[in-house]
Write a protein that binds this ligand. Sequence first.
Ligand code: DAH
Length: 395
Amino acid sequence: MDSADLPPSDITEAVQHTLEELGIHDTPRLQELFSQLANQLQKDMAQLAETGAGEPEKLEALRVRWLGRKQGVIRSINDNWLRSASPELKREIGQLLNALREEAERQILVVKRAEGIPMTPAPVTVTPAPVTARWSIPEPTVFVTGALDITLPGTRRAVGVRHILRRVMDEITEIFFSLGYSVEEGPDIESVYYNFEALNIPEDHPARDDQDTFYIDSRTVLRTHTSSVQIRTMEKLQPPLRIIVPGKAYRRDTPDATHSPMFHQVEGLAVDTHITFADLKGTLDYFLKAFFGPEVRTRFRPSFFPFTEPSAEVDISCLFCGARGCRICKQSGWIELMGCGMVDPALYPHVHYEASRYSGFAFGMGVERLAMLKYGVQDIQLFFQGDVRFLRQFR
Ligand code: DAH
């Protein structure tokens, strides 16, 4: 029997025979057969629309004719065509059969929805998310068939958290806001002038070795500290001035537990008439007690920075042993935290401030270091690896 000879209304008859019996051995004729079946499905649907779409029994009869588990067209194709087909045709039949089944399911569902006919719960097809990355967001569940069960629990979306470094920077900023400071920002890609020269670090100064960095060209660097914004701000604003500068800084450091080529700093600067070292000490003591807790004690040790004179290193009493001495404070009872000093008057001519009239102080701290001490993080690399198991601990 030739499929092309079948009267169209009998096409569903053909599924009761094997392909062998139908004399079908190649893909083109197979496709033709399936397109006739698709046409028949359309005709059945059209007829239903004309004669009884609102009658659930008629729709059910149509469903049984096409999708019925025992004698439905789809089932028969599976039993009579697919099973006995040659290996070459099997794949093709499988694909065409799937397409036909999906089309029949879809069409029936459309009528059911349109007519408000209650749907018998059919199995829900879930498309699994492709496993692309360890933390890939799962694809939403796709309901291909079946009713929507509104009593099922909804899809919970994980609520993100601020990155711990952002949070620590916000904590620092809040404390300085309460002291009347405002926030300034500057570019990460900085000129050698703002990063070094105007801060009293000339070309051959050994301080440049400590701050070896990434040169874009001989006059442009990735800033080695946020101190560069001191000069930019003083150029822009006249005293009185109280600013902090949170931001990224870069150095050519090999990554290890305490070093990263990119890290964060918060710089501070206050310039006014009559500012003294006592103001600097009082400000930083207040800040550190607010940040770490009132029991913390502070200590100022003489030090050197090219842009401050005098300069100091600020230590806090060890948070881990109550200053009795432990491994973390190297038995000293103190932990070194940040640099500071009185703004070196050598900077003022660069920004056209009257050096005889104004004085000021400056300080700079590493955000990662503060975060590691406050939250007990042992390895700076954890901040940048994006592992949510680490990050979500800081809710
Ligand atoms: N810029 C210094 C650094 O990155 C930190 C610093 C020290 C900033 C002393 C200051 C300061 O403003 O006064 O190591």
